[in-house]
Design a protein around this ligand. Structure first.
Ligand code: FE2
Length: 296
């Protein structure tokens, strides 16, 4: 990469996660989407669930609808079963990802398949542009073996869920490609004191969520610490740099092309106008999510 024409992104803003619950009482930490002004277009929400206490997760997420965006569930530890009204059924296990495009409507459940032990992972919501909000719903179950992992000489480990990871002129592509928002979704493990650098398209929005250890974000010598279990929103630029603290760091790196359209959200429906939200509620209540999909 040409170092002379790069602008390293800095930490523009920190969105600290708050404790909340969703579904039938699953305990979560929500950073993006926790309140007004906490979205990073096109990313709407990021929840982390992490508990060894079954009371925190065993009730799961019984059947509920979505319209207008995509949900991405990444499991670090545990086992959940996804079922939806289209007849999809998937087992989401440690290291796996479920990429669901709600489009015009899906009704699904995500239920824990364990009664003890640790359950840990993330759910990310990525918006769809107006032209794609009413597209047919789709679902992809990505088993751990389908997600490439790149290990670098210094012990850095990068798992690629969406987009590409570029290092020393080598590009490794993740399984999710070709979306309008062109998301990059990486899970990065840095050993103690290691540095990380990666290009990101200039006009794309980016943030880092650190879920373990300590991390400083920005060019070496001018970086700022990102508090653990917080989302750090990055300034414009074409390169991301970060350095792990003395105990290493594990973080998610997300970047995507912003959509730049109005966002109107009502619970699990994310549209462009209040009228479209009213339509979504009416369609769901009239049982039209299932019918429409089956008519295809
Ligand atoms: Fe859901």
């Amino acid at each position: 990469m040409d170092m002379q024409n790069t602008v390293t992104r800095t930490l523009a803003r920190v969105i600290e996660a708050i404790d909340t619950s969703d579904g039938a009482g699953v305990k979560l930490r929500r950073s993006l989407g926790r309140g007004q002004g906490t979205r990073v277009d096109p990313f709407l929400m990021l929840d982390e669930f992490s508990s060894e206490n079954p009371d925190d997760y065993v009730a799961g997420f019984p059947p509920h609808p979505h319209r207008g965006f995509e949900t991405v569930t990444y499991m670090l530890d545990g086992h959940m079963r996804h079922e939806d009204h289209l007849g999809n059924r998937g087992e989401l296990r440690s290291g796996g990802v479920q990429w669901m495009t709600a489009g015009r409507g899906i009704i699904h459940s995500e239920m824990p398949q364990q009664e003890r032990g640790r359950m840990r992972g993330f759910q990310l919501w990525i918006n769809l542009p107006a032209a794609e909000k009413m597209k047919a719903p789709a679902y992809r179950d990505l088993q751990p073996a389908e997600l490439p992992v790149v290990e670098l000489a210094d012990g850095t480990r990068v798992k690629i869920i969406a987009g590409e990871f570029e290092h020393s002129g080598q590009i490794t592509a993740g399984p999710i490609q070709g979306l309008t928002t062109a998301p990059i979704y990486l899970d990065v493990h840095l050993p103690a004191g290691a540095s990380f650098a990666h290009p990101v398209a200039t006009g794309h929005n980016a943030f880092i969520y650190i879920y373990e250890g300590s991390l400083s974000v920005g060019a070496a010598g001018a970086s700022q610490p990102l508090p653990e279990r917080s989302a750090g929103v990055l300034s414009p630029g074409d390169r991301i740099e970060a350095q792990a603290g003395p105990h290493g760091a594990r973080f998610l790196l997300l970047a995507a092309r912003p959509i730049g359209e109005p966002v109107v959200q009502h619970g699990p429906f994310v549209m462009n106008t209040p009228d479209e939200i009213r339509q979504a509620i009416a369609d769901y209540q009239a049982g039209r999510f299932g019918e429409r999909a089956q008519a295809q």
